[in-house]
Design a protein around this ligand. Structure first.
Ligand code: PNW
Length: 457
C-alpha cells in the first residue's frame, strides 16, 4: 500500500514507535537488577503461553545500539521506552543502583546522538517483587515508593528526556493484574483491584508533583491510559446500560479523576458488592488531579457492549471486572491474531469522545496503536500487508480526529519490534521489525518500509 494518498499531518507532529522494558530488555540479572512481579509470574508454570519468560526477550539490554540504529533508519522523531524500576531500585526502595541508571543514560545518549527524542515511561508493569510482597498496589506505601523512584530517575535523566509518562495503562495493572489474574501478580480480587486502581492514581499524582518540583527545564509530564470507544451492541435498554458500565470500567475509572476531577458518577452501582472505600482519603483527589501537560492514549480496538449475567453468582467471589457485560463486536469486522476486532474509526470516535467529555483536555499523544498478525519469515523477508492496512486505517482515523478539532500531537506505533507479549509470550508479534529469537536477528518487515515512507513525508 502506497503512502502517497495518506493525508498530511500538522507540522511538528511527532512520529514515533514504542516498546517496554520487560518486553524487550532481557538481561534480568544484569548489573544488580532486582526481581519484578513479571519475573515471578512468567516463571510460574502455566501463567504465560508456552511458559515463555522475559529472561532474554530481544536482548535489547545488550543490543540497544543496533536497535537505535534501526530507529534511525526508520526515520522516527521519537522513541517511547520504559524504565525498569527494579534496575534503579532493586528492592523497590532504599539504595539506588547507579549501574541500572547507567543503562538508561547510555540509551538516552544514543537516541539523542541519532536525533531521536526520548519519551520515558516510568512504570510499564514491572513492579519490584519486594513491594508486591508488602502488598503491591493494594497498599498506599507502593504509591509513595513510586514517587520516590520517579524523583530519583527524573533527577538523573530529566535534563535529557523531554517527555515523562508516569504509568502505562493503570487499567491493566489494576484489573488484569489484581482482578482477572491474567497478568502479574495474578490475583483475582474485587476490593484489591479497586484499591490498586486508586493507589496507582495517587502514585501518579505524587510522582508528577515530585518531578515538577525538581524540573530541569521544559520537560512535560503525562500519563498513558488504554481506552476504548464503547457502543451499545444493540439499542435495547439493557445493552445501553451495559455500555455505560463498560465505559465506566474501561475508561472513566481513570479518566474521570485525572481529567474531570471526580470519581466516576454511578460507580457504586458497579462496585455495589464492594463497600469499603477506606483506601480513599479526603485529599487524594487534589493529588490525583495534578495538571497534566499531555495525555497518552493507547488504543487497539473499540468495544460493543452487550448485557450479560455476571459470570460468578456469588457476589463475594466476584472480581472487579465482572460487571455483567460481554464485548460483542459486529461479526463482519476483521480480526487480528489477538483476535481483536479491527475498526479504525473507533480510534477517531475515542479521541472525539475524550475532547467532548473533558473540557480542558490537554494535548493528546497516541502512545500505542498497532496489531499482531501471524508473520512468517519467507526467503529472509516478512511481508505483512494486514499490518500496513491496519496502520493506514488508524492513521487516517487520527487525521480525521484532528480535522474534528482534537489536539493530537503525535503517534507511536506499537511496536518497534516483536517482543514478549505478556500472557501470550512470544507467540504474538506486534513489531515493525521481526525478531528471530533463536539468533536475535532483526529483520524489518514490509510495514517498517511503509512506516518509513509515512514518517519521512
Ligand atoms: C498494551 N487487553 O497492553 C501494552 O501497553 C503493551 O505492553 C502491549 O504489548 C500492547 O498493548 C499489545 O497488547 C494491553 O487485554 C494488554 O485489552 C492487554 C489489553 C490491552 C492492552
Amino acid at each position: 500500500m502506497s503512502t502517497s494518498d495518506l493525508p498530511r499531518f500538522p507540522d511538528g507532529f511527532l512520529w514515533g514507535t514504542a516498546t517496554a522494558s520487560y518486553q524487550i530488555e532481557g538481561a534480568v540479572d544484569a548489573d544488580g537488577r532486582g526481581p519484578s512481579i513479571w519475573d515471578t509470574f512468567s516463571h510460574t508454570p502455566g501463567a504465560v503461553a508456552g511458559d515463555d519468560t522475559g529472561d532474554v526477550a530481544c536482548d535489547h539490554y545488550h543490543r540497544y545500539r543496533e536497535d537505535v540504529a534501526l530507529m534511525k533508519d526508520l526515520g522516527v522523531g521519537a522513541y517511547r521506552f520504559s524504565i525498569a524500576w527494579p534496575r534503579i531500585l532493586p528492592h523497590g526502595k532504599g539504595s539506588v543502583n547507579e549501574a541500572g541508571l547507567d543503562f538508561y543514560r547510555r540509551l538516552v545518549d544514543e537516541l539523542l546522538d541519532n536525533g531521536i527524542t526520548p519519551m520515558a515511561t516510568l512504570y510499564h508493569w514491572d513492579l519490584p517483587q519486594p513491594l508486591e510482597d508488602a502488598g503491591g498496589w493494594r497498599v498506599r506505601d507502593t504509591a509513595e515508593r513510586f514517587a520516590e523512584y520517579a524523583a530519583v530517575t527524573h533527577a538523573a535523566l530529566g535534563d535529557r528526556v523531554p517527555y515523562w509518562i508516569t504509568l502505562n495503562e493503570p487499567f491493566c495493572s489494576a484489573f488484569i493484574g489484581y482482578a482477572e489474574g491474567r497478568h502479574a501478580p495474578g490475583a483475582r480480587e474485587g476490593h484489591g483491584a479497586l484499591a490498586a486502581a486508586h493507589h496507582l492514581l495517587v502514585g501518579h499524582g505524587l510522582a508528577v508533583a515530585a518531578m515538577r518540583d525538581q524540573r530541569h527545564g521544559t520537560e512535560r509530564f503525562g500519563i498513558t491510559l488504554n481506552m476504548n470507544h464503547v457502543t451499545p451492541a444493540t439499542d435495547a435498554p439493557a445493552d445501553v446500560a451495559a455500555a455505560g458500565r463498560a465505559e465506566l470500567l474501561s475508561n472513566r475509572v481513570f479518566s474521570d479523576p485525572l481529567l474531570g476531577g471526580s470519581y466516576p458518577v454511578g460507580e457504586h452501582a458497579l462496585w455495589g458488592r464492594i463497600s469499603d472505600f477506606s483506601f480513599r482519603r479526603d485529599d487524594d483527589l487534589a493529588v490525583i488531579t495534578q495538571p497534566l501537560d499531555f495525555l497518552g492514549v493507547n488504543n487497539y480496538f473499540p468495544e460493543y457492549a452487550k448485557d450479560a449475567p455476571s459470570q460468578e453468582p456469588d457476589p463475594r467471589r466476584r472480581v472487579a471486572t465482572d460487571i455483567g457485560v460481554v464485548d460483542n463486536p459486529p461479526a463482519h469486522l476483521p480480526r487480528t491474531a489477538m483476535p481483536w476486532p479491527v475498526e479504525a474509526d473507533g480510534l477517531r470516535r475515542l479521541l472525539v469522545w475524550l475532547r467532548d467529555t473533558y473540557p480542558g483536555l490537554p494535548p493528546v499523544y497516541v502512545t500505542e496503536n498497532g496489531s499482531a498478525y501471524p508473520d512468517s519469515l519467507v526467503d529472509g523477508a516478512v511481508d505483512d500487508p494486514d499490518r500496513i492496512a491496519y496502520l493506514d486505517g488508524h492513521l487516517r482515523a487520527v487525521r480525521a480526529a484532528i480535522d474534528d478539532g482534537v489536539d493530537v500531537r503525535g503517534y507511536f506505533c506499537w511496536s518497534m519490534m516483536d517482543n514478549f507479549e505478556w500472557a501470550y509470550g512470544y507467540a504474538k508479534r506486534f513489531g515493525l521489525v521481526y525478531v528471530d529469537y533463536a539468533t536475535q536477528q532483526r529483520i524489518p518487515k514490509s510495514s517498517f518500509r511503509w512506516y518509513q515512507g509515512v514518517v519521512s513525508r
